[in-house]
Design a protein around this ligand. Structure first.
Ligand code: ATP
Ligand code: FE2
Length: 337
């Protein structure tokens, strides 16, 4: 089985091609980078519409496949920015209708998890998914990816990007903050907000900006911002790990590229005697391959959607999605087979 997947939830228009052996045959992505400020949804959508055809053709070329060989078209219907989601959905619907092949709805958050499980060869981890739009600690239980901690307001990546923009660093800010943080050493007290299993980053962002206005050294603020935000995630991760009893921590999402975060996660894993893996950077950020691979899993379990019901779902939650490819296995295991 060969599935073509389209990613189009925010800054990236991506096209991936995957087969049922878990091989990624193509992963072509075009990122919209704003000339100033953050991501403007309509401008990002305009970028996606202008590159869609060439990205899809390049992916087919890279895979050495003809479009007639594709068995289904997968698309991330959410969560994400409405105008961007609409471009991807329109492209996938058109392909599905024209080539008379199934349309497969994919939840973007599920896709981040599935590509990480595939790439890192970890079956049943506690997932730490941190990106520009999401901060979620999740584990599989009883048919769904359950949420064992999340942000109450902005995502960690968004906190980093917004701070970076304020202090004049390019977008996306995460990698620039990481570099500057290496040169900082004085910890500046910043709000550390964990409520039960949930986190809040908006007060942290406001205070980091205030420290900058007050003349604190940028390197020290970057260092303190990372230490505070990552420690919050670590606290929640550690509790979720003990609660769920999983034997591995898997880091995914764009912020997974951060070395300091990886070191902190690794140290938790070591303390608890569990495995730690982070998804390779190419598959950590938004990409078409993760949609294609989740499309394969979905189609193998007959998860498709009629074109006229394929509405975009900008607020589609991770824990609202059934995961039949793991449910069946879970049920088989329960019967001891
Ligand atoms: P989602 O829709 O899943 O929320 P996204 O649109 O935010 O995804 P991703 O590509 O998964 O897209 O993540 C982008 C985020 O990752 C940005 O906030 C960026 O600053 C952050 N990031 C990238 N590299 C690093 C890094 N080295 N350190 C910290 N943050 C990073
Ligand atoms: Fe993402």
């Amino acid at each position: 089985m060969l599935i073509l997947g389209i990613e189009c939830t925010a800054h990236t228009f991506g096209c991936g091609i995957a087969n049922s052996k878990g091989e990624i045959l193509a992963n072509v992505n075009s990122e919209y980078i704003p000339t100033s400020g953050g991501i403007h949804p309509r401008e990002a959508a305009r970028h996606h519409a202008s590159v869609a055809a060439s990205v899809i053709c390049d992916a087919l070329k890279a895979a050495g496949k003809n479009i007639e060989e594709i068995d289904g078209f997968a698309v991330s219907l959410g969560p994400g920015l409405g105008p961007c989601l609409r471009v991807g959905a329109t492209a996938a619907r058109a392909l599905s209708l024209y080539y008379n092949k199934p349309l497969i709805p994919v939840n973007h958050c599920v896709a981040h998890i599935e590509i990480a499980r595939l790439m890192c060869k970890i079956d049943d981890p506690l997932v730490v998914y941190i990106s520009g739009g999401n901060t979620i600690i999740s584990a599989f239980s009883d048919g769904k990816y359950r949420v064992f901690g999340e942000t109450l307001d902005i995502a960690l990546g968004n906190c980093l990007d917004t701070f970076a923009r304020y202090v004049g660093l390019p977008h996306p800010g995460g990698p620039h903050i990481e570099k500057l943080a290496l040169k900082g050493s004085n910890y500046i007290n910043l709000p550390y907000v964990v409520k039960g299993q949930d986190m809040s980053f908006s007060g942290l962002l406001t205070m980091a900006i205030r420290k900058f206005k007050d003349g604190a050294m940028l390197e020290d603020i970057c260092f303190s911002l990372q230490e505070t935000a990552f420690s919050m995630v670590c606290e929640v991760t550690e509790r979720a790990l003990v609660h769920t009893g999983k034997d591995a921590i898997l880091l995914t999402g764009g912020v997974a590229a951060n070395r300091r975060l990886r070191v902190m996660m690794e140290s938790i894993a070591k303390d608890h005697g569990v495995v730690f893996k982070a998804v390779p950077v190419e598959y950590a950020r938004d990409n078409g391959a993760m949609i294609a691979w989740t499309g394969v899993l979905s189609l193998l379990h007959n998860v498709t959607i009629p074109v006229d019901e394929s509405f975009i779902r900008p607020r589609w939650r991770l824990d609202a999605v059934d995961i039949p490819w793991r449910m069946n296995k879970h049920e088989v295991n329960k019967e001891g087979c």
